[in-house]
Design a protein around this ligand. Sequence first.
Ligand code: ADP
Ligand code: MG
Length: 562
Amino acid sequence: TEAPQSHAFQAEVARLLHLMVHSVYSNKDIFLRELISNAADACERLRHAALTDPSLLGEDTEFGILLEADEAGRRLVVSDNGSGMSRQELIDNLGTIARSGTKAFMDRLGEGKDGTALIGQFGVGFYSAFMVAEKVDVISRAAGSSEAWQWSSDGLGAFTVEPAGDDADVPARGTRVILHLKDDAASYARPATIERIVRAYSAHVPVPITLVVLPAEDGEESEPRRLADGTALWTRSKSEIGEEEYREFYGHVSGQFDEPAMTVHYRAEGRHEYSVLLFVPSMKPFDLFDPDRKGRVKLYVRRVFIADDVDLLPAWLRFVRGVIDSSDLPLNLSREMLQHNPVLDAIRKGVTNRLLGDLQKLSESDAAAYEKVWETFGPVLKEGIYEDFERKEKLLGLARFRSSSDSGQSWRSLHDYVADMKENQTQIYYATGASLEAIAASPHLEGFRARGVEVLHLSDPVDAFWVQMVEGFEGKPFRSITQGAAELDAIPVSETESDADKKAEAGDTDIGLVTAFLKETLGERVSDVRSSSRLAESPVCLVAPEHGPDRQFEKLMSRQGD
Ligand code: ADP
Ligand code: MG
């Protein structure tokens, strides 16, 4: 046999492992959820591959995850009869991190914050084993292979890979992850602890989980115990599922640790039949603004996992997590078939409309809960306003804004805005800027403030785009306050502000002289100099022409050109 070969971890992994061991975790239990979720993924991957090559399964057609509690040996073993890993896969998958955004993630961990919530969603699940183990052995045999390999590491910078021989620890197919627990983590070998964690985090993974308790030296053999039956939660009826179960399943599919802010569970019947169990998280996923804008909803066909990288929802709903299970699609879908598929198109359309409808309902039944969703994901949903022509109106109706009313404390809808418009006001005014503070300090606002005319404060980068594309809302056009605002003259200044107005009137006679002087001095550099009622305190400001681009938009475009 070959001697064990030593490999260094990729630098990111080494750093991650260091943080994993030295950071504070309020909840180490989650390592088990991560290992179980990997085991379940491996089973689902093989179940899928076996559709085209049944010989991969051989006699062993029942998938399962086995947990072994070995208190005497201070070991916990997680094994599965899933896809397994070849030698090269062990080296690649358990030595590097492929996910984007890894650096940002580690910077957050490095700040000394509680890292628990960050781990699961980051594709660093496996490495969390080193929170509780001083050494980890992974023995794996890829489905259909005659070779088995053992990966071992103490998490301190290197790992070894060697042929696994053929003792009892070597699986006939799949993977055994053996955790040699640290002194202070010995309780993870206790059956009661394991059972509690599985119930809390993994009760609804779609592969059954069984617990085997190894006898103490003089103890008695006990019966294996079924901890989870592996039935798919989404196929059960809504009335028999508790909130607790939804939350646990959400944790499993999303890898996050927050509570779902909204749960959408239904079965579509008719021309296309499919089940939907989707969640809107309450916390931003880490890669929300990654350039690839990928969603991660899992596609199943009749309970068989197919893929989690198919665009089942538009990019502006990429924060939604969960499962869509189709009854109509063939199981052996090729990549190409997934790209352009009329059934998937119909599902995408149906589910998107349902999600928007449910968001609308939530906004009516529980405004505070809805505003939290908007606060977290509004900047993403707003991308839909210019990308999804069909649903633009719906999204504008769902949009919420900070505005000059109520000192920017409350969220305002466009309905609110239009309902509260001043007499003679015909347009929806907005101000764009890099931050709400910057907008609130703009002199352009003064004349509007003096008249009590509400101005929407748009501070998300996406705002400068959609606001250029839409004609208006309920027949009222959008208008930037940096563009001409001729109609302001027709709106009376509020009582309390009339002093400022009188001052302005008193100065009228000299204004002509001043503007003439400025026009001559500035020459070609400006297209016009005008007196205006938009200011109440500041002497002058720059405005964009009535029909030209908004100033903030111009700035954005010139920055992109760099
Ligand atoms: P993620 O699950 O998000 O990909 P992990 O760190 O949990 O990240 O696992 C890294 C990779 O290691 C997985 O993507 C998978 O390829 C491989 N892996 C981990 N555990 C198993 C297992 N039990 N069976 C097969 N492959 C596994
Ligand atoms: Mg994982």
